[in-house]
Write a protein that binds this ligand. Structure first.
Ligand SMILES: C[S@@+](CC[C@H](N)C(=O)[O-])C[C@H]1O[C@@H](n2cnc3c(N)ncnc32)[C@H](O)[C@@H]1O
Length: 259
């Protein structure tokens, strides 16, 4: 299942995703002629940084399932940078990319065995994948609060068929998955990116876009704001410190592999 996001709001709420992604991009081994695919490109800001690395001789494609994200991303479009609304689960490229990159997106994909097989197929021989996504222990505070919220009697009936939207494996589990694909080299490692948001308002923007999106989708309009206030109120109480900053755990899985 894919969700709709507000690309403009996400752009304002994603300072931490952008920080992680920029670091990944700086470390990419790029000669300038590569064809690059960005999976779950979101608002396109990082995709345009990738394009800057390979302009004018290489090219970049960003894909995302959300029309709202791609609409925002298209502002960056150039001759060698394009964006498509496309579900990562439907990936069907063959030997096309030198680099497949993904930042802060793949925890939205449930079946990584299939994903890794498709990514392997989409890479050229010698091509690399570079992923950073959420792993076990991520967003411990938000998850405990939102699990409490969906059990509240006034909300519970809307979540009776709710499927948890994220896959956040342990490092050991993911290492085994990567090893089952015939990459010539691979490395999987964890990263503690726990973070203080500057203040409750900054944290609230992140709660709104993207974190609450899968829950809001199931609620009728008359309950949306009540649910949102429940989660924001509990999160402020649970995570905000005397100095006004608010804490959350961000545990990442990093993957680098070569075909
Ligand atoms: C937190 S955003 C990350 C965006 C961008 N990579 C960044 O680092 O700023 C996660 C993105 O994954 C996208 N996404 C989630 N599930 C997807 C799917 N099945 N296919 C394509 N994109 C998906 C969402 O639409 C969203 O734009």
């Amino acid at each position: 299942m894919a969700y709709e996001f507000d690309g403009k709001k996400y752009k304002e709420a994603s300072a931490h995703q952008k920080e992680w992604g920029a670091k990944l991009i700086q470390e990419l081994p790029v000669s300038g002629t590569e064809r690059i695919l960005d999976l779950g490109c979101g608002d396109g800001a990082l995709t345009s940084q990738l394009a800057a690395l390979v302009t004018p001789h290489g090219s970049v494609v960003g894909i995302d399932a959300s029309h709202g994200m791609i609409e925002t991303a298209k502002a960056y479009q150039t001759e060698n940078l394009s964006f498509d609304v496309r579900d990562i689960n439907e990936l069907n490229f063959e030997n096309e990319f030198d680099i497949i990159f993904s930042n802060a997106a793949l925890h939205w994909i449930k079946n990584h065995e299939v994903l890794l097989e498709k990514v392997f197929r989409a890479l050229k021989r010698g091509g690399i994948l570079r992923f950073n996504f959420a792993g076990d222990g991520n967003c411990a505070n938000f998850f405990s609060v939102v699990k409490e919220a969906i059990k509240q009697p006034r909300f519970a009936s809307y979540f009776s068929d709710f499927e948890w939207p994220w896959y956040m494996p342990t490092i050991e589990e993911y290492e085994q998955l990567v090893l089952s694909i015939p990459f010539t080299e691979s490395r999987v490692w964890s990263e503690n990116a726990d973070r203080f948001f500057a203040d409750a308002e900054t944290m609230t923007k992140w709660i709104d876009q993207p974190s609450l999106v899968p829950f809001m989708k199931l609620l009728p309009d008359e309950h949306k704001e009540d649910f949102r206030q429940f989660v924001i109120g509990r999160m402020i109480h649970k995570t905000c410190q005397a100095d006004g900053r608010c804490f959350e755990t961000f545990r990442r899985i990093n993957v680098l592999a070569k075909k």
